[in-house]
Design a protein around this ligand. Structure first.
Ligand code: SF4
Length: 360
């Protein structure tokens, strides 16, 4: 047993666990993925909630399940369709991985979602967090889930000083939680821990309202401000992206990104990526947008759009140069795109009267 675990956390005696679950049963929000033990539904919800908060994730969850109600629908869908439905959530590799994992279930597991942690972990894009969530919630396997909220709450509750920014620290948290997880209802325990971190043990903790205050190391020792220990963040990479929006008035050039990149499989405009040029074309005939700043977890994007209308012959030439294809606006609207490209198209083209006629 790790030395940092206070004495009251003794195996087979879980006053802490009882208090936590009692509070969660009364306080929990009524969410669609909490009304089922279907591993596909729980999996989709967990992946969506890794990148957005519950309120923002709900419409995406409903949209995804409406489009792909079962794992087989997802496995058999066209990738473009999956990315379109995912559009707006970002981290498109997660959507691609989900579809790859759905296909893997069909080929490697006879179409039945695997029922234990080790097998779930074999699915593409599924890490220890997601595997533990599905195994505990759907199959009662006592595997602690450790997400950002749980790191914070557990470090304070148990006085764990391992740096939560280091991958190797996770074990200390898993070992501590294994001592208190309820073996009869591990899924409920895990969801209660996540809810505690998200609703009560926030960065500025609401200790007065906390259902497990009596068991909390940091509260007793007045250490809530010192925990969790969080080392330096990874350096944010700055990227300068110049999009060439080449059009003959009716059709626009776009291409599918095939390079290994956050946007692989999505469609965007011919691109020049360089920090050297602040602004590419200054001719009057080129409409230059503002530079948009788009923040990702480890990247800061500076994105500028250059809109140029050329004649049909030049458009064909540009298509060859940039290995792009020309699409009508109506077609473009259905292609999966990075969200800032989708927003630009909505702003510039869809509000344009001429183009509105074209897309009817
Ligand atoms: Fe977090 Fe405060 Fe509760 Fe401890 S008492 S778990 S610091 S909210």
């Amino acid at each position: 047993m790790p030395a940092l675990i206070p004495n009251q956390f003794v195996i087979n005696s879980h006053p802490y666990t009882e208090s936590l679950i009692r509070w969660y049963s009364a306080a929990k929000r009524d969410l669609p993925w909490r009304q089922t033990r279907d591993p596909y539904i729980v999996w989709v919800s967990e992946i969506i909630l890794q990148q957005t908060r519950v309120e923002q994730g709900l419409p995406y969850f409903h949209r995804f399940i409406a489009a792909f109600p079962t794992l087989h629908h997802l496995a058999n869908a066209r990738e473009d369709r999956v990315l379109s439905v995912w559009q707006g959530l970002g981290y498109y590799s997660r959507a691609r991985n989900m579809q790859a994992a759905a296909k893997q279930v069909v080929t490697d597991f006879g179409g039945i979602f695997p029922k234990n942690y080790a097998d779930i972990l074999r699915l593409k894009g599924v890490g220890p967090y997601t595997a533990a969530a599905i195994a505990s919630i759907c199959f009662d396997e006592p595997r602690p889930v450790v997400d950002g909220n749980v790191f914070r709450a557990a470090s304070r509750l148990f006085g764990i000083r391992a740096d939560i920014m280091k991958v190797g620290s996770r074990n200390a948290f898993v070992q501590a939680l294994e001592l208190v997880i309820d073996p009869k209802q591990p899924g409920t325990f895990n969801q209660a821990m996540m809810e505690l971190g998200s609703a009560i043990c926030q960065p500025t903790p609401k200790c007065i309202e906390c259902p497990v205050q009596a068991f909390c190391f940091a509260f007793e020792k007045q250490e809530t401000a010192n925990l969790p220990v969080k080392g330096k963040k990874l350096k944010v990479k700055e990227r300068h992206i110049h999009y060439l929006v080449l059009s003959d008035g009716a059709r626009v050039l776009m291409h599918k990104r095939e390079t290994k990149d956050i946007w692989r499989g999505l469609y965007d405009f011919p691109t020049i990526e360089s920090a050297e040029v602040e602004s590419l074309w200054r001719e009057k005939s080129v409409h230059i947008s503002n530079t948009y700043i788009h923040l990702l977890s480890h990247q800061k994007l500076h994105v500028t759009f250059y809109r140029v209308v050329v004649n049909g012959a030049d458009l064909k030439e540009f298509a060859r140069t940039y290995r792009a294809k020309s699409y009508s606006i109506k077609q473009i609207l259905t292609l999966p795109k990075p969200i800032l490209v989708a927003n630009y198209i909505a702003d510039v083209f869809v509000s344009d009267r001429h183009v509105e006629d074209l897309i009817k």
